[in-house]
Design a protein around this ligand. Structure first.
Ligand SMILES: [Zn+2]
Length: 125
């Protein structure tokens, strides 16, 4: 089963527009970087992933449900996704990037808080 990769999700758009409004510069669709980070600033050396809670398994999140049918199949699939995320972060770190992960639910519900945290992280690089 092919992994459905939606682009320009509402969560991504919320983070992008909030960061833009405080003057943070970045590129989207970074298909040449490992894991295709949703946002990246190569010069400053950071990337941001806006992760869907379901596909990327946001721990403790009500959105990270497991479908009842074919449960073992889903569990394998989710384990692969989580392992891939870990590999991608390591690869980006090796290339000199700091990685930030924003969860979809936080991006939508607590956008200001998320952006404040990102600004602190980005400033610390
Ligand atoms: Zn979540």
């Amino acid at each position: 089963m092919a992994r459905v990769r939606r682009i320009d999700t509402p969560a991504e758009l919320a983070v992008r527009s909030a960061l833009h409004s405080v003057g943070v510069r970045f590129r989207v669709r970074n298909s040449d970087l490992p894991g295709k980070p949703d946002l990246a600033n190569r010069k400053r050396g950071w990337v941001i992933f806006v992760h869907g809670c379901f596909w990327h398994r946001h721990r403790g999140c009500p959105r990270a449900t497991i479908p009842v049918h074919n449960r073992p199949l889903w569990e394998r699939k989710f384990a692969r996704n989580v392992a891939r995320d870990r590999r991608v972060r390591r690869a980006l770190n090796r290339l000199g990037f700091r990685c930030f992960t924003v969860w979809e639910c936080d991006a939508l519900r607590h956008t200001d808080q998320v952006v404040r945290r990102l600004l602190v992280g980005i400033a610390a690089i």
